[in-house]
Design a protein around this ligand. Sequence first.
Ligand code: NDP
Length: 328
Amino acid sequence: MSEFDCVRIDKDEAGYRARYAQISDADLMPGDVDVEVIHSAINYKDGLAVTGKAPVVRRFPMIPGVDFVGRVTASSHKDFAPGDLVVAGGCGIGEAHFGGWARMARISGDWLVPLPQDLSTVEAMAIGTAGVTAMFCILALERYGMTPECGPVVVTGAAGGVGSAAVALLARAGWKVAAVTGRPEEAEYLKSLGAQEIIDRAELAEPGKPLQSQRFAAGIDTVGSVTLANVLSQTQYDGAVAACGNARGMDLPASVAPFILRGVSLLGVESVRPRLALRREAWARLSRDFDRKALARMTETIPFPQALERARGIVEGKVRGRLVVEIG
Ligand code: NDP
């Protein structure tokens, strides 16, 4: 029985704590595919998991890491064989099922997608759950009928992981992107991803009128709360906003005015459920459409021993773009 490094989260009479630990094959949770993890990432949710700031972890002990990429070492699943490179994300990984912050993972093959051929393992994790979520938002807007010809699109929490991916993907698709950030020092970074306008987060921070000047045709919101309420109030007739995050708050102090007086639609996006067909569609689009230079600009790769400290920083808004963690 081999032992390997992991990050382990416990909650018991001694309190809530996350630390580096050792685990063995026998401790892994059930699954029909064994994966040697190569890279994982740090998502906002991983920050919540290691700090305990929100109850995202649903069983203890838990290994965080809501997404990972690795090589299959054993499989009884029909779609996967030893040697295959695979990507995992969502599906309760790192929340209810052991995640990617360990040298080995055992997981259901139904939660895996083959690594797209033209993506490296680092690129796949640079995209990761953040990129998949941004793509789910874009697919939701497209299904609603939104195109770059409709007008500008706004992205909130733009310097974060989901936000950076959304800015880069929308700009590449021809949208005029307005990026909302609380970090003016990241304006050049956001422009390098393709943002045409930078909006100070403070402009959308205070409660405003139910209907405000129409600035945007569409939106991707990662922040929630008053910010999302203001985005809705500033969305033009027949526009749509895809909401996927709550970095500011879970609340939505809005009125129905944008919906009933301007025909604005609010599209909910979640990337956790397995929905394999949608996941495969998202990965195909991501590997086709993500500008590799933009992806490199928004990515920092860190060694595993730094993961815990950096995860604590993400919930304080200290992380720009995507943090990829070298596991294997
Ligand atoms: P990050 O921490 O990388 O990005 C969040 C960004 O939100 C920050 O970088 C910051 O952007 C902005 N922000 C943070 N605090 C505030 C605040 N108080 N007011 C306004 N803006 C704020 O996180 P991720 O990109 O990984 O995730 C973003 C959100 O999306 C999270 O809430 C996460 O839980 C959610 N999410 C949801 C998924 C789903 O399935 N629905 C899947 C993945 C993520 P800036 O510095 O530019 O202002």
